[in-house]
Design a protein around this ligand. Structure first.
Ligand SMILES: NC(=O)c1ccc[n+]([C@@H]2O[C@H](COP(=O)([O-])OP(=O)(O)OC[C@H]3O[C@@H](n4cnc5c(N)ncnc54)[C@H](O)[C@@H]3O)[C@@H](O)[C@H]2O)c1
Length: 403
């Protein structure tokens, strides 16, 4: 029988990537019922009314909690009840704001569920270790959805680097700036100085990617942040500049912000350049991650948030294509990443006894394609150090002995 999937959270990432990926797997007969639990009923209603989802997945739906009639009354504890009603061995997708991931993930594991968590897994290294321990003991899979890993260019870079063709990483620069209009979204309620910052929220992708490509581990971090008010008056570090020193002495600079102009083409600007050292010459990796070569000038501006008349869409992250219907098919590394993690959960669940499940968990940790609490816990060390650094005005924070 196919596993049921419960998504906790019903915001942007659920609409843009998680739910369509799950709907597609459901359409293929690989997963069963999909349920979604949010804090407010209005988030559920917004997802139900989303025209893009209805067009791509005609006839498909999900069970929503809170149900009708609870639009504005917050129910932050409801997910516990919904998880408790799920039979063990199913899948929980944690898609709530960063600072709530731990609570949702540990609740799911204690109820015997496999987990797919949006990045960053958690904000503290000790929490990642607690999750790793709990999951191992119970023979449960936990995959962290760092979808850039499933971009073919990342997989290609990893292979070339590990073959020695790109030498040894020395200096690098990465950026990921989201559009200005993000400031007006629900982010203003949680991406505040006390919870997160632009580096913690988005910079972690490139820290994870540099490890994914090179196998190096971060050794020290400093993050300079500029705090500014969101439209609701709460302050966030909306511009950040981070320096990550790696265990071979290499240095990666990462710039992040909610500040890319709304009128600019593309949904953001992002990319990675790595300057490397070969035996007798330099080596170079340069990825433009928002500009994938497409230039479209439409006849009109669509209603989608951030839409522009002139656009440079990425065909590689997440798009819908028409392969003859019914509906549309999601394509791109956003889909492949969710599929890989959910499929890993299904594989572990099907292995039966805890010892057999642990054998697969060990293999997933070692292969290292899917980020797991154990094989990607350097991300939590970086986040922990980054939060300490940014709150102290950008001081350098050493990362204690990495595993
Ligand atoms: N590139 C990426 O990998 C990527 C992109 C976007 C978001 N994310 C991550 O996804 C998470 C959510 O981001 P988002 O953009 O969807 O945010 P969002 O603010 O749009 O949505 C958050 C959702 O969480 C729900 N929620 C909050 N508290 C809850 C509770 N106690 N119980 C149940 N639901 C609760 C809210 O109802 C809302 O639906 C964040 O951790 C973010 O870092 C990852």
């Amino acid at each position: 029988m196919q596993p049921e999937v419960l998504v906790v959270g019903a915001g942007m990432i659920v609409h843009d990537q998680l739910l369509p990926s799950l709907y597609h797997m459901q359409r293929q007969g690989r997963i069963g019922t999909i349920s979604i639990c949010a804090q407010h009923g209005r988030s559920i209603e917004t997802l139900r009314a989303a025209s893009g989802l209805a067009e791509a997945f005609p006839g498909q739906s999900f069970r929503g909690y809170p149900g009708a009639g609870h639009a504005d009354q917050p129910q932050p504890e409801l997910f516990r009840e919904i998880i408790a009603h799920l039979a063990p061995g199913n899948i929980v997708v944690a898609a709530v704001p960063d600072q709530l991931h731990f609570d949702v993930i540990i609740t799911a594991l204690q109820a015997g569920q496999h987990v797919c968590a949006v990045k960053p897994l958690v904000l503290r290294h000790a929490q990642a270790m607690q999750i790793a321990e709990e999951a191992w003991r119970r023979g449960l899979a936990v995959g962290v959805e760092y979808h850039k890993r499933f971009d073919d260019r990342s997989l290609l870079a990893r292979r070339k680097y590990r073959e020695g063709l790109l030498g040894e990483f020395r200096l690098g620069t990465a950026c990921l700036l989201e559009k200005w209009y993000y400031r007006g979204s629900n982010f203003q309620n949680w991406m505040t100085c006390d919870n997160s910052d632009a580096f913690t929220y988005i910079g972690c992708h490139y820290v994870d990617l540099v490890h994914f490509i090179t196998g190096l581990l971060p050794a020290a971090v400093s993050v300079y942040g500029i705090a500014e008010p969101f439209p609701n008056g709460r302050e966030g570090y909306l511009w950040t500049d981070a320096r990550v020193i790696w265990n071979n002495g290499a240095c990666l600079n990462v710039q992040n912000a909610l500040g890319f102009p709304d009128a600019a083409p593309g949904t953001n600007t992002q990319g990675l350049v790595m300057y490397c050292k070969g035996a007798t010459d330099g080596a170079l990796l340069s990825h433009s991650d928002q500009y994938r070569g497409l230039k479209y000038c439409y006849t009109r501006q669509s209603d989608a948030p951030g839409a522009t008349v002139y656009a440079e869409p990425s065909p590689d992250y997440f798009q819908y294509v028409d392969l003859g219907g019914p509906g549309l098919v999601p394509v791109g590394y956003g889909y492949r990443s969710v599929e890989y993690i959910v499929q890993a959960c299904i594989r572990v669940a099907a292995a039966g006894e805890p010892a057999a499940r642990q054998r697969i968990l060990r293999e997933l940790d070692d292969v290292g394609l899917m980020a797991t609490p154990r094989n990607s816990s350097y991300n939590e060390r970086v986040i922990e150090a980054a939060r300490e650094s940014i709150l102290a005005g950008g001081k350098t924070v050493e990362i204690r002995a990495a595993e």
